[in-house]
Design a binder for this molecule. Sequence first.
Ligand SMILES: [Zn+2]
Length: 245
Amino acid sequence: MFQGEFAETSPQGQKHVYPTSLLVTTERARTMEYKWSNTGNFTRKSYTCGHCGHKVGPDKGYSCSVERAGGEKEVGRAAYIYICPHCTRPTFFDADQTQIPGVRIGSEVVGVTDKNVEALYDEVRDCAAAGAYTAAVLVSRKILMNLAVHKGASEGKSFLEYVEYLADKGYVPPDGKEWVDVIRSKGNEANHEIRIMRKDDALLILRFVEMLLRFVYEFPSMMTKPAKQEKAGTTQKPDSGEGVV
Ligand SMILES: [Zn+2]
């Protein structure tokens, strides 16, 4: 491998080498760069890219005029698709400035060695960003079960037993007892009563899961991989270097 290249190993164990110009940040977008044709130049737009998590300010993309129902055209109203200069993926802003895709809620956690947990955590963040709060709580519950098993709990136990297990093993701070009680009740409600979860419920559990992932994966990885300490400290950035050499 030469300077200007990076390599990664596929799930099938095959090693691939790519030019670093293709290096973007998310697991899904890591090896693709999109080339967009006939883009226009617009007023620079600042936003956080929902694909890669970077704060960007592109001035290139596409636009269209917008007509409200009834045929009355609103002068000056327009919708835009901006192209992220970092990951080259498109973001749509409608005439009311709604951003699609939205920004993932919660912060990136690095050093997660269990790919299932990593994918589930991304899914929780995506669910919360999309307003799918009940789904976010249910997936959070699955992460907690995975974490407990990863830390030695036996499989096939109830969700409540796994939460208690994590608390008993010291993965919840001393003042986190109230959190555990709330998580326990929310997770249980969502599973057995299918109660529709509110945004507050989902965000609370998302933060709790994020904290646990830091304790279980990120902090230990900082000790065992000193070269990654600096990157691990900037956890807002998705480009943790994970999987990239
Ligand atoms: Zn991007």
